[in-house]
Write a protein that binds this ligand. Sequence first.
Ligand code: SF4
Length: 334
Amino acid sequence: MKTSHASKPGGWIHWHNPEFPLRLGVSACLLGEKVRFDTGHARDRFVTDTLGQWFEFVPVCPEVEIGMGIPRPTIRLVKAEHGLRLVAPSTGEDFGETMTTFSEQRVNGLMAEDLDGFILKKGSPSCGMERVKVYHPNGMPTSAKAAGLFASALQRKWPTLPIEEDGRLHDKVLRENFIERVFCRNRWRLFAAQGSGRGGLVEFHTAHKLLIRAHNEAAYRRLGRIVASAGQLPDAELFSSYEREFQSAMKSKGTVKRHVNVLHHAMGYLKKKLDSVEKQELLTCIEDYRQGLLPLIVPLSLLRYNIRRHQISYLAGQLYFDPHPKELMLRNHA
Ligand code: SF4
C-alpha cells in the first residue's frame, strides 16, 4: 500500500488510496434503518444517496444496542443532582447509567477501528450533538440544552474527530466544512499508516497550505512552526502535535473573507504571467464571489485554468483547488 508522494499533483484523487476508504460513523436511523422508537427511520437522502457514493458507513444505534428494543418507550434527558438521567416518562425507568457505560465502550471500539467522521441524529437524547431538550424531574422542560449521552461521550473522548448532525448538514457552509475535514482526516490517516516520516510531513503540509489558510491563518502559522521544528522533536510528539493542530485548524469555518484572501494570494503567483485584461477578469471574478454574485467554484476554475496554462507547480500541488470530489458540488453555491 505504501506509495511515494513525490511530485504528487494537487487533486484529492492523487492523495486517496481506495484501500483506505473514507469511513463515516452514522446514527443508524439516518441510513433508513427502522430502528426508531416507533419502528420508523429518519433516512437522510444527502447522507444515503450523495455521501453513500463516496463513503463507507458504520451504523450505530445506541438505544437498540443497549437492548431497548423496537418499538420502545420514548426517552428524554432529565436533570439530576449530578449530571443527566435518560428517563422513559411512561415507566420512570432510567437508562442513563447503562447508556453512559455503553457509550464509553462503543466509542473505544470505534476509535480502534478508526473513522474519518461521524454524522449524528439531531435532537435525540442519545445521538443529538447539541441543543437537546432537558427536562425537570416533574416533566417540565428546563431552559438548559445538552448533547445526547452517546454524542456527549463521542465528542469528549474523540475531540479531533469531525462530527456533525443531520440538521446542520443542510447549511451549505457547515456541510462543506465537515466534508473537507473528513477528507483531510482520511488523508492524514493514510499518511500516518504509510509511515512517510518527516519528509512526508513536509510534503503533506505543503499540499495543504492554502486549504489550511482558508480556514485559519493563525493555525497555519503555528503548523508551519511545528513543521520547521521537525528536527528538534521526537517523531511521536511531532506527528501528534501536527495532527492536533491540523484538525483543530480545519474546524474553523472557511469564510468568504478567508477564501478571498487565499484567492488573492494564489493570484500573486500569476501576476507576471497574466496580462492586464486577464488580471482584471480574475479580480472581477473574485470580487463577484466576495459579493455573493458567484459561487467559489468560478474563481477557482479560472485560477486552475491559469495554473495549468502557466504550469505554476506550487499551486498545481495545492489541494485547495480540488480537495474533494466535484460531484459533491460543495462549492457551487453563491
Ligand atoms: S437517533 Fe440514535 S438512538 Fe435514536 S433511533 Fe436514531 S440511531 Fe437510534
